[in-house]
Design a protein around this ligand. Structure first.
Ligand SMILES: Cc1cc2nc3c(=O)[nH]c(=O)nc-3n(C[C@H](O)[C@H](O)[C@H](O)COP(=O)(O)OP(=O)(O)OC[C@H]3O[C@@H](n4cnc5c(N)ncnc54)[C@H](O)[C@@H]3O)c2cc1C
Length: 552
């Protein structure tokens, strides 16, 4: 059976293909979707690919109605980590039969399976799970056993509180899906709090054991690069440069661990390249005694210009309520209402998203989340006060190339709430900068200049993405899926020091959750971002005290 004969009359349709190959089959499917008057409104394609780094990769598409996920994982693992409702399944040369059960968990009633070349054991395993074979290579799924919960068709109108990177990225991903978005901001313009820096750095994270933060950061970094390319490119769609980032090793031990990671040869050279001392020094023109990682596609961007580019892509579906002052949210029947400080109702919608950064700590609905505010001061230097580099250089500190005629060096991590620039923070930045560029006179007599911002940080330093928990109603919950949640209330919080790359993937994930689309991340990683993780941790006694020492 052809996929096109089966999708007619459906609003949403998901195809799984166990072999992306050269992409020609998927390209033909999307081309057929484009011209079919009876096409589903949303087409989702999920396919296994072999030539990508391990993990799930969402590839931005020119058609707003299409999503494409390429999963770089063995079939059984990919199915176990996938959250999707499959309507058409193509299997090619599957090995063993252990995939039958995780496949059935994802399969919708009436879904079609096309699987030439199955052996008798595989057919028996699929039959046991509810597939009814019409001929040796084709089956229909007939089991009514409850599987993954189905998301009801949403009312596509959301209030988004906060016009920093988090809120602007969500507005873009929701408007692309046909949502009306009311974006509410205390200030008269975007990016006037944490997202207001002249330059933020973007780069991935590496670890020997490829742990959860590393996998999440990789997924976020790669998705951000792809989304920005679709927007028009870094330096074109917004201010910045994909000039590369060189992260110097802290010492010989750090260099040895890094070299061991490099020797595993799993990292594509355009993602990360280990440079020994001589190569790093040749690139930099400065001492680099222990070498460093080069991230060739990394760089810097001005977050405020990223916000503006994202909102420009929203079109007429976006309503800006800026200059709104301190807004609170309240639930009335099935609607979230945004109220101004004088209690006037500004807007209402069935869905509300808190993308309010450090402001979340002051809101009653999020007061129980263990979020901390960390002050950061960046130092702005005139060109000439420090070396002008061809790329971003970092270790404990960082130095950017000239951003609009300014070199940015930073940043401090402080527990106090002082909004003013201060000399002690500048001295801290300058001291670290001198060590970074091996020049004891760098930034000598630099005037006090820069910017102070406040990061919103969770104890595990991972963002919070998803439905917000109701701590008061939590009782003795042991599992994430049982944690009571506020109806229709979501969070995009805790972007810490990586807001540039968290924002696009977190927005895409939340938009997919709201729509009931396939999720762009492995379930283990989705769970690691679930704001309700702190309800379970609080219950297990693991809740962090307010003055926890963060690993920075
Ligand atoms: C010094 C410093 C250096 C950094 N360096 C980097 C870097 O190199 N790379 C990187 O990726 N990230 C960096 N970051 C982190 C990055 O800036 C943040 O992760 C990101 O800006 C967070 O975006 P956000 O939208 O969550 O928060 P914000 O930008 O703070 O946006 C939240 C918005 O919500 C609004 N708001 C809050 N409460 C209310 C309310 N009640 N009513 C109305 N409006 C409200 C606020 O006014 C604000 O505009 C740095 C941060 C700092 C402070």
């Amino acid at each position: 059976m052809q996929v096109q004969n089966h999708w007619q009359g459906r609003t949403r349709y998901t195809v799984f293909d166990s072999d992306y190959g050269d992409g020609a089959r998927v390209a033909a499917l999307i081309a057929a979707w484009r011209v079919d008057p009876q096409r589903p409104r949303h087409l989702h394609v999920v396919a296994l690919a072999t030539d990508l780094q391990a993990g799930f990769h969402r590839i931005p598409q020119p058609d707003a109605g299409v999503t494409l996920d390429l999963l770089a994982a063995p079939l059984e693992t990919a199915l176990a980590e996938l959250n999707a409702h499959l309507d058409f399944i193509r299997l090619h040369d599957a090995a063993g039969s252990a995939f039958a059960r995780p496949l059935a968990r994802l399969t919708t009633l009436g879904a079609r399976l096309a699987a030439p070349g199955l052996d008798d054991d595989q057919r028996a395993a699929l039959t046991a799970q509810g597939f009814v074979f019409e001929d040796p290579g084709h089956a229909v799924f007939a089991s009514r056993k409850p599987r993954l919960p189905v998301t009801p068709e949403p009312v596509r109108h959301a209030l988004v509180l906060g016009a920093g990177l988090a809120g602007c990225a969500l507005a873009a991903r929701l408007c692309a899906r046909g949502w009306q978005v009311t974006l509410i901001e205390r200030h008269p313009a975007v990016a006037m709090e944490a997202s207001g820096n002249l330059a933020g750095i973007f780069m991935p994270l590496l670890s020997r054991d490829d742990n959860v933060p590393t996998r999440l950061t990789r997924a976020a970094y790669l998705y951000a690069l792809r989304l920005w390319a679709q927007l028009g490119g870094v330096g074109q769609a917004f201010d910045g440069a994909a000039c590369g980032v060189l992260q110097l090793a802290r010492d010989a031990d750090h260099a040895a661990v890094s070299r061991a990671i490099a020797d595993e040869h799993t990292l594509p050279p355009d993602f990360a390249r280990w440079l020994d001392s001589a190569d790093a020094e040749a690139l930099l023109g400065l001492p680099a005694p222990d070498g460093g990682w080069l991230f060739p596609q990394g760089g810097w961007a001005r977050p405020g210009s990223v916000c503006e580019a994202l909102l420009a892509s929203c079109g007429a579906r976006l309503t800006r309520l800026f200059g709104a002052g301190d807004v609170t949210l309240e639930r009335a029947a099935d609607t979230w209402l945004a109220r101004a400080a004088d209690s006037a109702v500004l807007a209402g919608a069935p869905t509300a998203v808190l993308a309010s950064g450090a402001g979340a700590r002051r809101m009653a609905l999020t007061a129980d989340l263990p979020l901390q505010t960390l002050r950061g001061q960046v130092t702005h230097l005139a060109p000439g006060a420090a070396p002008q580099l061809p790329l971003v250089l970092c270790r404990e500190a960082y130095l950017t190339p000239s951003a609009q005629g300014v070199l940015c060096a930073g940043a401090t991590y402080d527990l106090d709430a002082d909004p003013a620039l201060r000399t002690s923070s500048q001295l801290e930045n300058v001291t670290r900068l001198r060590a970074l560029v091996s020049d004891p006179h760098a930034a000598e007599a630099a005037p006090l200049a820069g910017r102070v911002g406040f990061r919103c940080v969770a104890p595990d330093r991972l963002p919070l993405v998803g439905r917000l928990p109701d701590f008061a109603a939590a009782g003795s919950t042991e599992r994430l899926r049982d944690v009571p949640r506020h109806p229709g209330l979501y969070g995009l919080l805790g972007y810490a020091s990586r807001g540039l790359i968290w924002a696009p993937l977190a927005a895409e994930l939340l938009a997919a959750q709201l729509e009931g689309e396939p999720l762009p991340l492995e379930m283990a990683l989705v769970d690691a971002l679930d704001p309700a993780r702190f309800v379970l941790r609080a219950r297990r006694g693991g809740r962090q005290a307010a003055n926890t020492a963060f690993e920075l």
